[in-house]
Design a binder for this molecule. Structure first.
Ligand code: F6P
Length: 531
């Protein structure tokens, strides 16, 4: 599927292109010398306007990046993904989260040549998607109209938690009144304990969300919730009405004692699963119609990604910008600054999406990479971040690209605040670029600091769906350039295994072969006054 990225001639050309700017590319100068810069480096994609013009690149850089993408086989892997091929090579699985938002007649993808050649398994998968979606939306509507249920508690972690939590929070103004949503992920008993303090068994619906139904944290929380339910007046029969499992492992859910199960498929990666049965809390919160709008926004972005030419393909442009920033400009991190209270957990969601997907150091063929991959993704909502870490962004020695995300329409509350919020975002992007000089070395800001600005019309279901799908595809693009498998996560297994082994060793008090530091920490735990 193409050469290792840094062995391609396009990589060497981009390296030379970057070096040709000498010590620094000058953003202010770049605007001064090219009246078309903004037009060339910005675009309207479905539901999302993007301004890339305040980055250290120009039109010719993008052309070379597009050539690099082609040389690395990005388009080939993209089309293989759309054909339902097993692009998750280590787990030998197809990668079809995009199918979860594809209408039964393929919608905007109908005329795509790859879609027209779909083989039976993909067509069957699409049918299964829609029968499960119908069942999920029917269940969601049933819960919404059941006045006895006032609280929905979602127990899950990682991809079975972050997506639904982000979306329900973001769409708070769309959430049906009279229902409260709680998201429990951490194995720290305080999280579940604080929720259980507020709810009553007879008015609570527990959703046990776990693709594998084996994740230790989720299983412990689920068992504790079940025990609490039975200890507080619930019966075994009531469990059938008050617990639903969202999983691919229906056998394990049945063993746990839950018969109401919504399933999904191994071709849906955990961090790409909010569109599947894992999205049930979202559907309960916003209802079937709005859930379909969320899917529609994502589908519009899918069609754009799978069809638009490179120069107007936003996920491709952003994915290649990420490669440019990481590998040629050498930026080790990217700051996410959503200027939206609704998007306050978006960074946490993106951390999993980006760093679990692309935090890898070998290619799909097992060759060690000589180049950097996923940057550290971090950030907080604006304007809060301005009063915390923006100091470093403006004056610290490291250059950190910032990604601003803002909304044109501020929603229901206090419209005047919204103006102030968005103007702050625009001003920060401007300040990072223009800097300040002549006020003394301590006060001066070097400027020339890159940023990207994403603008949504509003925080509505369709726009949010499009934004999240944009990030999914962008992460795919960068991963495909690096030649890595963005869809597995073997790195998280070791810690899980060692935690299990330490629990067993604690029981048997057998520390043979354990390093002195780990052993001493375990012994301190045993001596804890709480034990
Ligand atoms: O440990 C990482 C991980 O496997 C994620 O990839 C996944 O989203 C999360 O754990 C939860 O897994 P599950 O849905 O199987 O409980």
């Amino acid at each position: 599927m193409g050469l290792v990225c840094d062995a391609t001639p396009q990589w060497a050309q981009l390296d030379a292109h970057f070096q040709s700017w000498g010590a620094r590319f000058d953003l202010v100068q770049a605007f001064a010398t090219d009246a078309q810069r903004l037009e060339k480096l910005s675009q309207q994609a479905p539901y999302v306007f993007a301004d890339l013009s305040k980055n250290w690149l120009q039109e010719s850089t993008e052309q070379q990046l597009s050539a690099l993408a082609r040389a690395c086989g990005v388009h080939t892997v993209r089309d293989a993904m759309l054909a339902g091929a097993a692009v998750n090579t280590t787990e030998e699985r197809a990668v079809m989260h995009w199918l979860l938002r594809t209408p039964p007649d393929a919608g905007l993808l109908q005329t795509h040549p790859v879609v027209q050649a779909w083989e039976a398994p993909v067509q069957q998968a699409l049918q299964q998607v829609h029968s499960t979606l119908d069942a999920m939306l029917a269940l969601a509507e049933q819960v919404r109209s059941d006045e006895r249920i006032t609280d929905v508690v979602n127990i899950g972690i990682g991809g079975s938690h972050l997506g639904p939590e982000v979306v329900v929070q973001a769409l708070e103004d769309w959430v049906t009144p009279g229902k409260n949503f709680h998201f429990v992920s951490n194995v720290d008993g305080h999280e579940l304990g604080h929720v259980l303090r507020k709810v009553k068994p007879q008015s609570t619906l527990f959703l046990i969300a776990s693709k594998s139904f084996t994740t230790a944290e989720t299983m412990l929380n689920a068992h504790s919730a079940r025990t609490w339910f039975l200890a507080n007046g619930g019966t075994e029969t009531d469990i059938q009405r008050h617990f639903v499992a969202l999983t691919t492992n229906t056998a394990a859910a049945a063993q746990f004692g839950v018969t109401r199960t919504l399933g999904f498929w191994d071709w849906v990666g955990g961090r790409f699963s909010l569109w599947s049965a894992i999205g049930l809390p979202i559907a309960i919160a916003i209802g079937a119609e709005q859930f379909k709008n969320l899917l529609h926004g994502a589908h519009a972005m899918d069609a754009h990604f799978f069809s638009a030419p490179d120069a107007q393909n936003l996920p491709l442009r952003l994915g290649m910008l990420d490669v440019w920033n990481r590998n040629f400009c050498g930026f080790g991190s990217r700051c996410i600054a959503p200027y939206s209270h609704g998007l306050r957990r978006l960074t946490a969601y993106l951390q999993q999406l980006e760093m679990e997907s692309n935090g890898k150091r070998v290619t799909r063929d097992g060759k060690p990479l000589q180049v950097a991959t996923a940057p550290v993704v971090w950030g907080e909502p604006g304007t809060n971040g301005q009063h915390a870490f923006f100091q470093m962004l403006h004056q610290g020695p490291d250059v950190i690209p910032v990604e601003f995300i803002a909304l044109r329409d501020g929603g229901k509350y206090l419209g005047a605040h919204h103006q102030s919020l968005v103007i702050n975002a625009i001003a920060q992007a401007q300040a990072l670029m223009v800097g300040r000089s002549g006020e003394g070395i301590e006060r001066d800001c070097p400027g020339n600091r890159p940023s990207t600005f994403l603008l949504l019309q509003a925080l509505d279901p369709a726009s949010l769906g499009a934004l999240i799908a944009l990030y999914e595809h962008r992460v795919f693009v960068a991963g495909a350039v690096w030649g890595i498998n963005s869809f597995d996560q073997w790195g998280v297994e070791l810690g899980k295994k060692l935690a299990q082994s330490l629990r067993e060793r604690q029981q048997s008090n057998d520390w043979a072969g354990v390093d002195p530091s780990t052993r001493a920490l375990m012994q301190r735990l045993a001596e804890s006054p709480l034990n």
